[in-house]
Ligand binder design. Sequence first.
Ligand SMILES: *Cc1c(COP(=O)(O)O)cnc(C)c1O
Length: 361
Amino acid sequence: MKYGRVFNFSAGPAMMPEPVLEEIRDEMMNYRGSGMCVMEMSHRSKVYQQIIDDAEKDLRDLMGIPDNYKVLFIQGGATLQFSMIPMNLMKNGKAVYIETGAWSKKAIAEAKKVGEVIVGASSKDKNYTYIPDCSNLDIPEDTDYVYICENETIHGVTWNKLPNTKGHVLVSDQSSMFLSRPCNVSDYGLIYAGVQKNVGPAGMVVVIIREDLIRDDLENLPIYLQYKTHADNGSMYNTPNCWAIYCCGKVFKYLKSIGGLKEMEKINKEKAKIFYDFLDQSKMFKGTVVPQDRSLMNIPFVTGSAELDAEVVAATKAAGYDNLKGHKSVGGLRASIYNAMPKEGVVALVDFLKKFEAEHK
Ligand SMILES: *Cc1c(COP(=O)(O)O)cnc(C)c1O
């Protein structure tokens, strides 16, 4: 790796594409003749307006976002959306949530503060190691939306087939799989993603929302918590996270340049297969998720011994493979291999783990 960088398997904030970091470095002191860094720029300036407009346009191109959807850049991370979604979308005060891991659980807890939450299905019985069958959910007619976390970052499960919402609005937390594969935006009413997993710097969320879901009868809701505020003001009701929007815009352009989301998915499948094939033949390391629901992005695995897990974390870190410790709530190990993790990083880590296993028989 250049610059003495390590292969960083962090779940987020996580690696960014090296060509993007180099471009940011080159523009740091003087952005394209403006005489200033993007960090120093008024968000009301022409030059910054171009940056945010380009970012939105490139994201629309990448995902094929239809014209009747708004793209919003909002602060507060993905976590604020746990509250904003029920506050804005619960017209009848009722929603169905699917519980598949730590992040959907958190979303459920927040939604319960706003209205009635029906847990339509849960994989809690097997410690969130699979996606429950959601082809025939019991959904009351007056349900405002059905909510999923499309990739559970901590438990490493992913939806490969969306739930049958029976005509109700689908809301999805795509934080840890955003732009990792093609996405048919029209299948959803609202998609959101905290960007620090798969796109850019922390502190911002991208919300893609169908226009008819943006309400104008929520005067009593704090103005910053209304989607309408952000939609009416081009994500600039107040000073946005200018820097994150700039960096994300570069990643959107970069993804377009390498062939878009189809190509990205191909690469991600290749990378994940290398890791899962290794786990499936290993006698020491075991994946925790059922094969058909395994994430392409977050791969939890275990040795079965907490001491050995800790030894693996220390040995990999010393060898230049950082952040392999599993989330504190589940333990074990986890390799996050987002879009920006090069294939060489996965190959090198697998080689290292093979050697480690051979030496610890
Ligand atoms: C990280 C993460 C969040 C929370 O993101 P913040 O930006 O820290 O609020 C929510 N959902 C998922 C799936 C995540 O991976």
